[in-house]
Design a protein around this ligand. Structure first.
Ligand code: NOJ
Length: 531
């Protein structure tokens, strides 16, 4: 890690999903004291920063991405003092803390939306949202169904997500001022940055023209098609420029990370120009099939586009919105990413998925730039692919008319101890989503100190990544196999059916699976070697 304000350029950032990380009070849902109590595990793993998904007061219709109060902590997760303690404890351990900011929409229980409903049509309160006398168009919600909902007095409001998530009107200066103030509120409390939800959605094209293409979670925009009137509008950039000016008033390198489903890479890179955000999630990388040519192309394209604006490139394989990569990669290479998996759906090959996931992670951590990990991937956790449907909470499940299982399968509480209630997630037997009966083997206490475990693989990789400065290096492709040099390290992944030899003189540093008896790299294995 660079010990400068540019800490983020090569940082490994670990996503904590507060509901499912650790439950301190036994209500079956994770909380901030639970996170604080286990931060030392993350320090030991070797990460640089944590990103916390929303913990703000919320009716939880979209697992907290429906924020009712941007300056508080939901009682389910603790209180404001617990956030302060978490930040202080993390800083004491040398970990940075990034919080989630949800500016595209509020909860319908936010005081502004309540006031808007009470004040009625034509009021300044309604001007903070996007109200019309009739639906202005046929836009659909990302979670399914219409993006317009009627209120009791007959007006309609826009919600690009759930009906409980009314879109804010970013043409209104009051909305802009409010978010500048929210930024300062958390910066003053010491946070090191913000992950900005739906960063490409806040500004809508004037006139709200009709648009019939359906948008999906993390679905990149079609670079060949006409620009959608609700995504990636030019106007979003001046918002981030104004936010950047606020962040730059603070010391220590505070950052903005864009969650923007934007293509092609040059379009996405516009979010990370020098006076805007610092990073953007690389969803094309997450979505690349397990195929060497496609992976190489997306790596090259990502590095080129980010280099062109002087930004660092990020890499990510899993998060709380997608099927975990240990399961995704258990389907034939090239299978499109599915919106959740249920008992009646085709099931992944778990062993193949884990093998490829370990290889994919080692490949990712060998790349220069910043990498995002999602809690549990260091345990090799798979998706819960047979969760009974009655437990599902993702609004996409209902709004899609049960066409999409949704994202609950990647949000299951973590297993910490094989033989404890809820595998050590908390003192209670039950957790808000059920844990599969087979998860004892993934528990942290079954992996720490066990050679070859996935946790030990991540631990070794993060240590070597730091030691060899891979995060601040560069990619030089080698002839022949899928292999590149990053500084003094060769990163080689075998996508072929036959084992491959390491170059003469190469000294093995780390391997996602053991080499074969002849010292060759087997299929679906990544190695790091000194050359
Ligand atoms: C993206 C978040 O990652 C997702 O979980 C959420 O449902 C939507 N934005 C809406 O806020």
């Amino acid at each position: 890690m660079l010990h400068t304000d540019a800490w983020w350029r090569d940082a490994v950032i670990y996503q904590v999903y507060p509901r499912s990380f650790a439950d301190s009070d036994g209500d079956g849902m994770g909380d901030l004291p639970g996170i604080t109590g286990r931060l030392h595990h993350l320090k030991e793993l070797g990460i640089d920063a944590v990103w916390l998904s929303p913990f703000y007061p919320s009716p939880q219709h979209d697992a907290g991405y429906d924020v009712a109060d941007y300056r508080g902590v939901d009682p389910r997760f603790g209180e404001l003092g617990d956030a302060d303690k978490l930040i202080a404890e993390a800083h004491g351990l040398g970990l940075k803390v990034i919080v989630d900011l949800v500016p595209n929409h509020t909860s319908n229980e936010h005081e502004w939306f309540r006031a808007a409903l009470a004040a009625g049509p034509g009021s300044p309160e309604r001007e903070r949202y996007i109200f019309r006398d009739a639906p202005a168009n046929s836009w659909t919600s990302v979670f399914g169904g219409s993006a317009w909902e009627q209120t009791p007095d007959g007006q309609w409001y826009l919600h690009l997500f759930d009906v409980s998530q009314p879109d804010l009107n970013w043409d209104n200066p009051e909305v802009r001022a409010e978010f500048l103030d929210i930024l300062r509120f958390w910066l003053d409390r010491g946070v090191d940055g913000f992950r900005v939800d739906v960063a490409h959605g806040m500004v809508k094209e004037a006139g709200l023209k009709d648009w019939t293409t359906t948008s999906t979670i993390l679905g990149g925009l079609d670079p060949a098609g006409p620009p959608p009137p609700m995504w990636d509008q030019e106007g979003v950039h001046e918002i981030y420029q104004s936010w950047r000016r606020v962040l730059d008033e603070y010391e220590g390198g505070r950052i903005l990370v864009a969650e923007a489903w934007v293509a092609p890479a040059d379009r996405l890179a516009r979010y990370v120009r020098p006076d805007e955000m610092h990073q953007a999630f690389n969803f094309p990388y997450l979505d690349a099939p397990w195929k060497p040519a496609e992976l190489r192309a997306v790596i090259d394209e990502s590095l080129r586009a980010n280099d062109a604006v002087g930004a660092t490139t990020t890499w990510v394989l899993s998060n709380h919105d997608v099927v975990r990569h240990a399961s995704r990669l258990g389907f034939p290479a090239g299978t499109p990413r599915m919106p959740g998996i249920g008992a009646g759906d085709p099931q992944p090959d778990a062993a193949l998925g884990l093998r490829r996931a370990r290889a994919a992670t080692l490949l990712m951590l060998g790349l220069p730039g910043s990498a995002y990990l999602y809690q549990g991937e260091e345990l090799g956790l798979p998706e819960h692919t047979t969760m009974p449907d009655e437990f599902r909470e993702d609004p996409a499940w209902e709004r899609s008319g049960h066409a999409e299982r949704g994202r609950d399968g990647c949000r299951v509480p973590l297993p910490w101890e094989a033989d404890a209630p809820s595998y050590g997630f908390g003192p209670a037997d039950a957790s808000w989503l059920p844990q599969p009966a087979t998860w004892a083997e993934y528990a942290l206490d079954r992996q720490q100190g066990i050679p070859g475990s996935t946790w030990e693989l991540y631990h070794s990789a993060l240590g070597l990544r730091r030691e060899h400065h891979l995060g601040s290096g560069s990619v030089t492709w080698q002839d022949g196999e899928f292999a590149f040099r990053n500084g003094d390290v060769l990163v080689l992944t075998n996508f072929g059916a036959e084992p491959v030899e390491l170059p003469a003189g190469a000294r093995l540093l780390l391997s996602s699976e053991p080499l074969d008896d002849d010292g060759r790299v087997p299929t679906d294995v990544t190695v790091w070697a000194l050359v």
